[in-house]
Design a protein around this ligand. Sequence first.
Ligand code: 5GP
Ligand code: MN
Length: 333
Amino acid sequence: MSQFASSLREAARFIQDHDRFLVVNHVNPDGDATGSLLAMGWLLRQLSKQAVLVNEGMTPEKFMFLPGASEILNASEALPQKYDAVITCDCGDKSRVGRVEHWFAEGCELLNIDHHPTNDHFGTSNLIRTDAAATCEILYDLVCFMQLTVSPEMATCLYAGLLTDTGGFRYSNTTPHLMQAASALLSYGVQPGILAERLLETITAGHLKLLRKVLQTMEFSENNRVVSMAVTRCDMEEAGANDEDTEGLVNYGRNVEGVEVGVLYKEKNAGEVKVSMRSRSIIDVAAIAKSLDGGGHVRASGCTIKGGIEEARQIISDKLREAFQAAEESSYD
Ligand code: 5GP
Ligand code: MN
């Protein structure tokens, strides 16, 4: 039996062996994090299990139409007790759950379901497939393995993750297996036009106002192979934007013809800068993020750096210079 098949079996046993679950996804959740959290809720309820779904913060408004989203709690709500059985969705390491960790009972059993290559196997059980495009793709495998019924609600949540983590079935992680999963989900009642419209096409006024400011900060470096952009707290306030409005901004840099890496520096409270990186084909941005206590995928990663934007820029520029040098040296071999 393959490693993945045995971890599917272990995950199914984990679910069968417990009755009350805390299910959590990562801070600042994206479509895959939210879709997988919700799909796990539908899965557990189908088995007559109790499930509390939680994210550290508020679920982004754009995901609130997904079935079950209004039931997701946030970490500021007091829970009556701690949980002995925890399932994490789309979290590359334990710190990605943020303050929700306070709700984990000491010595709890934890099922870690994820697809990030930087995942450090922090669970007591781990269901990880790093060649999956989305955590929702792995959950679809689990649903098939457990021979569960796929309701239209569950299908919609799973499809949301497949759609968003492949950028609308466009990125190189769009495999035959992923398309087979998407195809099956369509047959279970997903409305693809509505999901694409709400999850990919619609932009907020805050996003557009922020985009106008951010484009003016574009800086080219490394012989025009890197484009970096910055967002300050002040920009956010002036644009009336929130965290979810920054999603996708980093792509404008990476998408410029000839550019290999796009970087977005986002000033946060408490003297920290959130860095998002996207690469086209050469640079492993997951390795750079991991070296700074972050993580992600080879072509899309993030980390948080203490200090201001200029300090973060210096640190990332040095890492990128080294990465380009290493790539050039290996191309001479
Ligand atoms: P984004 O730049 O959109 O926040 O994240 C890009 C990818 O990197 C996502 O897959 C996200 O989960 C991951 N990522 C972003 N920030 C962090 C971080 O601080 N730690 C880890 N482990 N992964 C991150
Ligand atoms: Mn994901």
